[in-house]
Design a protein around this ligand. Sequence first.
Ligand code: A2P
Length: 300
Amino acid sequence: LASSVKLNTGAYKPVINLGTWKSQPGQVEHAVEYALKSAGYKGIDTAAAYENEKEVGQGIAASGVPREELFITTKLANSDHGNVEQALEASLKALNTPYLDLWLMHWPAPMTAGEEGPDKSKDWLDTWKEMERVYKAHPDKLKAIGVSNFSVPYLERLLKEATVVPAVNQIELHPSCHQPEIRELCAEKGIVVTSYSPLGSDNSPLLKNETVKKIAEKHSVHPANILISLQANLPNTTVLPKSVTNERIKSNAQVVSLSEEEIKELLTSSDPPFRACNPEWTGWGHLGFPDRVKAAAEDG
Ligand code: A2P
């Protein structure tokens, strides 16, 4: 299995990246340092909205790993759609880095300050155009731009007007949220998919899924390794396991090679669909995601 995937910019993104959504202050610096120094990670994913960029930057510095060996992703917050260039500067400063390997629009959902509600005076497509402008004006600060939480209709609207094809679309992906339509469109357009919440996030039923457990036993690994490996075995895909626990951080980086049959079995295992992150939290509705997933989210 490859350890990195080529982006449409020509750069390579590591397949395994440490996720930091919900990583608490006081824990995330150590998690990042440990992942880079002791567990072989080269990629770190954060976001302005996680309010942990500064600590992530401290963890990167403490690891002592040279900047050019790393792949750092962060994201434009929903409250910064009207504030693109300043938001980039703020993230660079917080992370204490001269450049980002990848900067994503976090959601196609402009929100008011504090993310208290939708800001209907703004159109996310204008934000993308401004991200394109900043990317072209500052190649020294931005190596690639991309999107996150883009469903098929939103991606189609963007591609119709974009002058820069997003390098990545980062979406929730695990056996109970498979989203094959988005994967297909991204493959067709040369957009790398990054899977977030590959374990199904906190207290996930996926770790107890019988199919996952059976395949884990066969490979003599923890069920978490199978869920992470599933994403790592899919073409054109990178993955973001999140943990703040040393042993898990180390173990999660061990990817196993799965057979076609095992992949198929995992993708059709019978757990009801669910989302760790329901797009409706933004106040912009279901953002074009399929109704069946939306319904599952509403059912909790
Ligand atoms: P923690 O950070 O306390 O170690 P996801 O990557 O899908 O967002 O899932 C993250 C959740 O899964 C967190 O609650 C994390 O806990 C937990 N987790 C991460 N790695 C493992 C693992 N190897 N085994 C069990 N739970 C894990």
